[in-house]
Design a protein around this ligand. Sequence first.
Ligand code: E4P
Length: 215
Amino acid sequence: MKFFIDTADVKEIREAHDLGILDGVTTNPSLVAKTGRPFRETLEEICSIVKGPVSAEAVSLDTQGLVDEARELSKIAENIVVKIPLIKDGLKAVKILSEEGINTNVTLCFSANQALLAAKAGATYISPFVGRLDDIGHTGMDVIEDIRAIYDNYGFATEIIVASIRNPNHVRDAALMGADISTIPFNVFNLLVQHPLTDAGIKKFLADWEKVPKK
Ligand code: E4P
């Protein structure tokens, strides 16, 4: 499974990148707004750090507007992927963009049927938001399981990005279900590494090492 980081904060991106296991980045308007920095400058810097796919979101709500935005965004860098909302005009835009060779990440997906439509339109990636489904009392990961089965039934190449990840269980379940990618917030990245038994084990080994005769 590939690891993307879900942030527009370049400090977090550099730190995750330095771990050597980062495959890409996803951003959205809320994440860019949090940085307080200009949109294009931020995306340019992110693309200079990470060579894998970097998602930048288009904000138009009509097909022509989305296509125009996507063409502009794709000029930022070769690895830009354009995020398109899962609405009718978005699906039409994805079809046009896929024929032009512009990579798309269809976002704000909350059901298996929506994911099926995105794949048929030629989406490069689909982003089901599992945490937001959990927030309203659904089980977000059920949607991932359904999408995996549907894409496998028909051989769709669209890659599943598990998005809106809130905790390490989402990442483990994504891997068990065969999702292609998890896009992980920085705080959850840190939680994946940590285990109290690892810390306790290190402390004990170092204490015992002090007792070992060195000559
Ligand atoms: C995905 O690409 C989105 O940026 C993100 O995962 C949304 O997560 P949130 O529900 O925590 O805002």
